[in-house]
Ligand binder design. Structure first.
Ligand code: MOS
Length: 734
């Protein structure tokens, strides 16, 4: 018997790919229910004040309208008056749709119209007559800076004395960057289909990154413990927008409970701009270095917007205390409450903005010191995480720089801005470093092998397009010595084993570890079962003395004694193991992070100011990669979004109305195929025995971090212009 090649580490196609491309994968708004009703949300047109009256008569008179739900007639809600949380809640009091007559932001849901079909519901919604009492609103971060307060964030204390080190430094950079609001725009808008069960319990298909988070939230809010099941087998992208339960979910539940009917509520694309987003920020960075570019001091101060009901925080400035070796560091983070919704985690929350500023400032420092930008990074390379004063569990960032520079051809770059051109086009080469945390959360998984010889592994995680189904199947198949097609992974069901939110790039390290250990426990069960017979060749054997391959178990020392797993199950009945896994103790002594080096080529038309990103090389160190294909897709997607951050994305608010104006995909610009050149994303070897048993750190977020800065730095190299306000649109270059 030749050794079976393990699926671990193979660039396999997605196991759910055929279901997705043939339309058989069902999303939250596609599940049918008998007598289903359709809800349409009506949103506030003012940014602050109160509702004086809502005249619902015309809407209710439309034949086929079942209900117009407002704050006046919503069902009583168990815990609406006491604070409740969800797993991704910010400090404060979460938004409660239809709570009372107060308007907290423009776009706030003020009514749900439920009808026999969606068109009727939308039409009836347009007939509502709402009278408001307006109050002056504040939505402009830049004009409200004086009302800032310290963010409730656990920042590392100041290190050394940054101010005096700055004053002594012969080379200094003191710069300010501003970044706009960005909205998550996954292909699938938010939706909930609530199936009202005959016993009054609810089965809900929701677009979410955390079925158990939504279940617990609804159980608490509606006082329905044990009577709610949330399902989300497929998610059409989320990027953080599904980390918290969004307002369509409690609204759909309210309507279903009031009508005792099944109800679906879907949000329109425009309504995707009426909840969380990446916050607008102002960041000030001061870097001080000696004449060779060796850092002496870093100060990084960020100000972000938040709502008046929650203090949204993200890790925005911490990166400046860990990415480079520096003895004097001061970090500060402030928030300005505005009459807007609370921001929300969006792919690599905090790092996307904070590392943008740090890595642009590092480029400015390279030019101030007259040092090559890559050489500057190597001069300041950090072996330890300065914030935690711990060594890294692994850090192959040097390899990222080296291999990335080699593939990109960095050594052929001339330092001088505007020194490389191709006819009318100025060519610029820029680089930046990326970094993200390698976290692990408690998670559980169950593995069960039945008489058909098939292994079913399950955990209540999600696949938001990232490849969870595929990589968990690979981990389980490798652990049980089964071919991929004999393994099925189940997720997206709150009744499965406990799993954390699918986010933060910690799904492989958390759920993957649980899957691997559940299979490990199942192997022991097979050995125990095989030893039941007194004449078993396995009598007395320990788990490490047997191996599992081709769906068979055998003694390593005596390989002809092998038995098919189905044969064991035929006697013992289905075997099953469920485990809960906590992050390993040995992580505590180390800092854990993923890193990347991003190299970008831009071509700027000198006459028109148009920018094209013609080439990107992204070299990533993320530990052991379970599937280079799905992981590579994650990095490429992050690169595309980083290009969007640098050049396109900006949600514009009309401060007179306090409302987002470009709330659609024709005016909210995201990169399209024609905007994207060559992307070379690859992983460097990184062995890590500490981070978890898989040695995998996770790759969801690292792909975007640093890309925006690398593009901005390339534009400076091409044009000699520093644009410190994102996005870098052509008007800023002319
Ligand atoms: Mo990610 S912002 O944790 O979905």
């Amino acid at each position: 018997m030749k050794p079976v090649s393990s699926p671990f580490g193979q660039p396999l196609d997605r196991v759910d790919g055929p279901l997705k491309v043939t339309g058989r994968a069902q999303y939250a708004a596609e599940f049918e229910a008998a007598g289903l009703l359709y809800g349409s949300v009506v949103n506030s047109s003012i940014a602050r004040g109160r509702i004086v009256s809502i005249d619902t008569r015309a809407a209710e008179a439309v034949p086929g309208v079942a209900l117009v739900l407002t704050h006046q007639n919503r069902p009583p809600i168990a815990s609406y008056d006491e604070p409740y949380e969800d797993d991704d809640a910010a400090d404060g009091s979460p938004f409660r749709p239809l709570f009372d007559d107060r308007i907290l932001y423009s776009g706030q849901p003020i009514a749900l119209v439920v009808a026999d079909n969606l068109e009727l519901a939308r039409h009836a919604g347009s007939l509502l007559r709402v009278e408001y009492e307006r109050e002056p609103h504040r939505t402009d971060l830049l004009s409200e800076l004086e009302s800032m307060h310290k963010a409730p964030a656990d920042l590392p204390p100041p290190r050394g004395d940054a101010d005096s080190a700055l004053a002594r430094s012969p080379v200094r950079v003191d710069v300010q960057y501003t970044t706009p609001v960005e909205h998550h725009n996954p292909m699938e808008p938010h939706a909930s289909t609530v199936h009202y069960q005959p016993d009054g319990s609810l089965e809900i298909h929701d677009k979410t990154q955390g079925v158990q988070n939504c279940m617990r939230y609804l159980e608490k809010v509606f006082g329905m413990k044990g009577r709610i099941r949330v399902l989300s087998p497929y998610v059409g992208g989320a990027f953080g927008s599904g980390l918290r339960p969004q307002y369509q979910l409690p609204l759909a539940v309210m309507a279903a409970l009031k009508l005792k009917r099944s109800v679906r509520v879907t949000l329109k694309r425009q309504q995707m701009f009426t909840f969380g987003y990446r916050p607008r920020t102002v960041q000030r960075l001061s870097l001080g270095a000696d004449a060779n570019g060796q850092l002496q001091a870093i100060t990084h101060q960020a100000i972000g917007q938040t709502s008046c009901f929650e203090d949204f925080t993200e890790h925005e400035v911490e990166w400046s205390g860990m990415l480079y070796q520096c003895p004097n560091v001061m970090l500060d983070y402030q928030l300005v409450p505005l009459d807007v919704y609370t921001p929300l985690d969006m792919r690599a929350p905090g790092a996307t903005i904070g590392v943008f500023a740090l890595e642009c400032a590092m480029d400015e420092l390279a030019y101030a010191a007259g040092v090559d930008p890559l050489a500057l990074r190597l001069t300041n390379y950090a072996e330890r995480n300065g914030n935690e004063d711990k060594p890294y569990s692994s850090k192959e960032l040097r390899q990222c720089y080296e291999q990335g520079a080699e593939r990109f051809g960095w050594s052929r770059r001339s330092m001088e801005p505007r020194s490389m051109r191709d006819g009318q086009q100025l060519i610029g080469w820029g680089l930046a470093t990326g970094v993200w945390e390698a976290m692990q959360m408690p998670a559980s998984a169950k593995a069960c092998l039945g008489p058909d010889g098939r292994l079913v592994v399950s955990s209540a995680t999600a696949d938001i397009g990232t490849g969870t189904y595929t990589v968990m199947t690979q981990i389980a198949a490798a652990a049980m010595g089964l071919p991929m097609d004999r393994v099925e992974f189940r997720l997206g069901d709150s009744s499965l084993s406990q799993a954390p939110l699918e986010g933060g790039s910690f799904t492989v390290s958390s759920v993957g570890s649980a899957v691997q250990q559940a299979c490990e426990a199942l192997r022991q069960k097979f050995l125990d079962a095989a030893q039941q017979s007194p004449v078993s060749p396995f009598t007395g054997a320990k788990l490490e003395e047997v191996e599992f391959m081709y769906g068979r178990m055998r003694l390593k020392a005596n390989p002809e004694h092998d038995v098919a797993l189905e044969q064991i199950v035929a006697v013992s009945g289905a075997l099953e193991a469920e485990v809960s896994v906590e992050p390993g103790e040995k992580r505590n002594e180390y800092a854990t992070a993923t890193h990347s080096a991003v190299f970008v080529e831009v071509r700027v038309d000198e006459a028109l100011g148009t920018v094209r990103v013609s080439r990107v090389v992204s070299a990533v160190a993320a530990g052991r990669v379970v599937n280079p294909k799905t992981a590579g897709n994650q990095i490429a997607g992050g690169v595309v979004w980083g290009i969007g951050q640098a050049l396109h994305e900006e949600t514009m608010i009309d401060h007179k109305l306090g409302r987002y104006m470009n709330h659609n995909l024709s005016e909210y610009h995201v990169p399209v195929n024609a905007d994207i050149g060559e992307i070379d994303a690859f992983f460097v070897e990184e062995n890590d025995e500490i981070v978890n048993a898989l040695g995998s750190k996770g790759v969801g977020e690292i792909g975007i971090v640093g890309v925006g800065a690398a593009v901005a730095n390339a534009i400076f190299h091409a044009t000699g212009k520093r644009v410190r306000d994102l996005p870098i649109t052509m008007d800023k270059l002319l």
